[in-house]
Design a protein around this ligand. Sequence first.
Ligand SMILES: Nc1ncnc2c1ncn2[C@@H]1O[C@H](COP(=O)(O)OP(=O)(O)OP(=O)(O)O)[C@@H](O)[C@H]1O
Ligand SMILES: [Mg+2]
Length: 347
Amino acid sequence: MMETEVKLTKLASCAGCGAKVGAGTLARMLEGFETHYDPRLIVGYDKSDDASVYVITDEVALVQTTDFFPPIVDDPYLFGQIAAANALSDVYAMGGEPRTALNIMCLPESMDKHTVHEILRGGYAKAYEAGAIITGGHTIHGAEPIYGLAVAGFVHPDKVLTNSGAEPGDVLLLTKPLGVGVITTAAKADLVEAPVLDRIYRQMATLNKAARDVLVNYPVHSCTDVTGFALLGHSFEMAQGSGCTLYIRAHAVPFHPEALELARMGFIPAGAYRNREYAQAGVQVSGKVEQALEDLFYDPQTSGGLLAAVPEECAEECLQQLLAAGVETARIGYVTEQQEAAVCLEG
Ligand SMILES: Nc1ncnc2c1ncn2[C@@H]1O[C@H](COP(=O)(O)OP(=O)(O)OP(=O)(O)O)[C@@H](O)[C@H]1O
Ligand SMILES: [Mg+2]
């Protein structure tokens, strides 16, 4: 292996969850060929959910998911941690607990051994923090570095949190503020101060475990993680899957204030345009919502938070328990019977 000192993000054409294929393209890609029914597969990819769920016994179901992407930060240990936290998140979004994981890796031949080692060490540490053990992996050579995990976890078959169970009257809770895609895009042009970057790096490396551990104590109707398809893309999927409309109060949605400034300056990642293209036909905007704020709602989030639809009766207690557990959470809206638009964004 040749030894080079190249900044990791300079090797990536698009960063983190911003590298995802758009939701529309994905849907078209996955249809049109023969598939087979298995009664034990209670959540398959036809549901466009966060992970698959396969029943093993009356009490145990297997949750499986994979996620990987090019570097979103230059520090290889941190990249490993963030990529792992992001991959593990889909198990939490299903209400499950991760148990084992496989490394998925692509490396330019010129990458130095220390960098590779640090990526793996970061991923291993984050998986271990989640209660999962890395059992192996697969590595190939390629022009752009890529890292992520294939994760297996468990959930009780009756306690699966899908993205299609929201009910009219539910309150929408969101953990983790938005703006990560915009800020990391601006960071590539060295336009973000170190303390701001530290804040969002810490956020991306934070597991959704604490949030999941609180949510499973309540009769949550629906849950997903807000990642590559952004708040409005994932809300659109939840609304469509649930046959309901999601009302989101634009001014109640938490975001990093620097992200709004940067969005006003035009630092919008390509993924945000793909997300807008996919979801905007289903989103109705009422009242006054500044364009840059709307852009944040289409901004792809790497290792974003959880969006949960919680019955009104227990929403306040659930919110307080999340806050008490140190999970930055906000009540961002509510669910109604299906209206003309899948998602209503209220100014
Ligand atoms: N190549 C593929 N083959 C089969 N299913 C796929 C493929 N790519 C994605 N999917 C499925 O499409 C659905 C949506 O995938 P996606 O990666 O957007 O979900 P996700 O992991 O929740 O995303 P995020 O990382 O943004 O949380 C899932 O059911 C996933 O399993
Ligand atoms: Mg997900």
